[in-house]
Design a protein around this ligand. Structure first.
Ligand code: HEM
Length: 501
């Protein structure tokens, strides 16, 4: 009987696929994802998986409230939305009903354990409380500024100078990722892996592989397949486990020696601050540190890589940013190459707007998913069942006319600038959820802007970044963050300094 029903199931699945691929019914006028019996949206998902963001954006754009129901075999059933009212509801108004949930947590558990990124409830709350307090201290801000300054002056600028002298093509995405990795390791546990200098590759590579392969678990046609591969220690799961072991070993060693030193060291890094609470086990310390490295690693580099690509075809915007830098330098009697202070970075409204605009179109975390605890109805009337996933689609939201108007797909930093004051305005985090919103909003937002503005200003005032294929839109590489497939090859030229001062 059981065999019979299995065969029947198999037959019906085949029939559904046949109907979709061979008979290929004419598209029905209804909007949203096509849902077939048994296989749900799987055929469409498989067909479009390689262009997941653009495909789903197109579907959401055509839906009346920019929200659609999605279903795949293996109980993957949920909602994808680009509607700000729904986003506000799930991230703030009804926050308790939308935790990360067991599916998300279990997929990332091997890598992230129970760190802040991968926990709910009390475990999340306690980490959030300590981290929020620390992220607001002036001492952490100074440490972040100093770390970025050192990395810019001793590594980034020399590498770009060398590239300018030799006229060799450089992958700026790789450079920015190495920068961000060095930077976040220093801020997280005061270790300098010197990846930008060309060393320390093993930890970074292992981290990279662990992040990419863990996120790959979300993209299986049948969600339980990874468990089978993991059980038999095969293929990508074998590689994932090896990478995770390398990452854990590296972090464990640092934590062990730091704990052995007791309270003797008074470092400013995040690990010391968490050790200082005296309540956290070595294993949880490791998970926390790994979560922070993940958060700070590819996010800023992704934002800046897309920023430089967008700028490459907009000399008018480059000019405006350079003018702003020049005014700030003149006001504070500075020359090109002097490091900007925190207050000077805050004065860079146009640069802030241009980076925000780049992230509007290419958000470093393009989609983010929660789990619905009890069935609910979203503000636009969409029903959400218990245990359904709910994904808010930040990438699609940047491309919705309903939010940004008919020029939504244009790169226009001026849309952020207030006419009267020239100040970069704040946007509602529900319309622009690039840094998430509500109680789980990104803790590193200010840190990220400090870093991104320091890097962009230092590079732009000294060098011209000549993107090699500026007219071709780079392909996405969807890891946990939005990266460019194949990197961003550029040639670097020294900017004429006399003209700038
Ligand atoms: C452009 C840069 C960045 C962007 C776009 C960004 C975006 C985000 C997003 C979308 C989330 C929510 C993810 C989730 O659902 O769990 C998040 C959470 C978080 N971010 Fe960022 N982030 C950036 C940089 C940073 C940096 C530099 C740090 C500092 C190390 C950081 C620390 C965190 C932490 C700790 C969380 C978890 C908050 C919680 O769950 O309570 N982020 N970020």
């Amino acid at each position: 009987m059981e065999l019979l029903s299995l065969q029947t199931l198999f037959f019906i699945s085949l029939l559904s696929l046949f109907v979709y691929f061979v008979i290929n019914p004419k598209p029905t006028p209804t909007t949203g994802f096509k849902i077939y019996p048994l296989v749900g949206s799987l055929p469409q998902f498989l067909k479009n998986r390689h262009r997941f963001l653009d495909w789903t954006t197109q579907v959401l754009r055509d839906c009346p409230s920019n929200t659609a129901v999605f279903r795949r075999p293996g109980k993957v059933h949920g909602i994808i939305t680009a509607n700000p009212s729904n986003v506000e509801h799930m991230l703030k108004a009804n926050f308790q009903n939308y935790p990360k949930g067991t599916r998300f947590i279990s997929l990332l558990q091997d890598f992230l354990g129970r760190g802040i990124f991968n926990s709910d409830g009390d475990l999340w709350k306690v980490q959030r409380k300590t981290a929020s307090y620390e992220f607001n201290t002036k001492s952490l801000r100074n440490f972040v500024m100093e770390t970025a300054r050192t990395e810019i002056q001793t590594r980034l600028v020399p590498i770009l100078h060398k590239s300018a002298q030799t006229n060799r093509v450089l992958d700026i995405q790789d450079v920015l990722e190495r920068f961000a990795f060095d930077n976040i390791c220093k801020v997280a546990f005061n270790v300098d892996p010197a990846c930008l200098g060309g060393d320390g590759g093993e930890f970074m590579e292992a981290f990279e592989a662990a992040a990419t392969l863990s996120s790959g678990r979300f993209m299986y046609a049948l969600p339980f397949l990874y468990k089978i591969k993991k059980y038999f220690n095969m293929g990508s799961e074998k590689k994932l486990m090896k990478s995770i072991a390398t990452v854990h070993e590296f972090a464990d060693q640092i934590i062990k020696s730091r704990l052995e030193e007791g309270g003797e060291r008074k470092d400013e890094d995040l690990l010391s601050r968490f050790i200082g609470t005296g309540e956290i086990s070595a294993e949880l310390l490791r998970d926390i540190v790994i979560s922070f490295i993940l958060a700070g690693r590819d996010t800023t580099s992704s934002a800046l890589t897309w920023f430089f690509w967008l700028l490459s075809s907009r000399p008018d915007i480059t000019e405006k940013i350079l003018d702003e830098l020049q005014i700030i330098r003149a006001r504070n009697s500075k020359g090109v190459g002097d490091i900007y202070s925190f207050d000077e970075l805050r004065e860079m409204h146009y640069l802030h707007a241009a980076i925000s605009e780049a992230m509007r179109l290419y958000p470093p975390v393009p989609v983010d998913t929660k789990n619905c605890r009890e069935e609910d109805v979203l503000p636009d009337g969409t029903f959400v069942g218990k245990d359904w996933f709910v994904t808010y689609h930040t990438y699609a939201m940047g491309r919705m006319e309903t939010i940004w108007g008919s020029d939504c797909c244009e790169f226009k930093p001026d849309r952020w600038i207030e006419d009267q004051t020239g100040v970069c305005r704040q946007e509602s985090p529900f319309r622009f959820p690039v840094f998430h919103a509500g109680p789980r909003m990104c803790l590193g937002k200010d840190m990220a802007y400090i870093q991104m503005k320091s890097i962009a200003a230092s590079i732009m005032e000294r060098f011209e970044i000549d993107v090699q294929e500026r007219d071709k839109c780079p392909e996405h590489l969807l890891s946990l963050t939005l990266r460019m497939k194949g990197g961003l090859p550029v040639k670097v030229r020294k900017r004429c300094v006399d003209a700038m001062n």
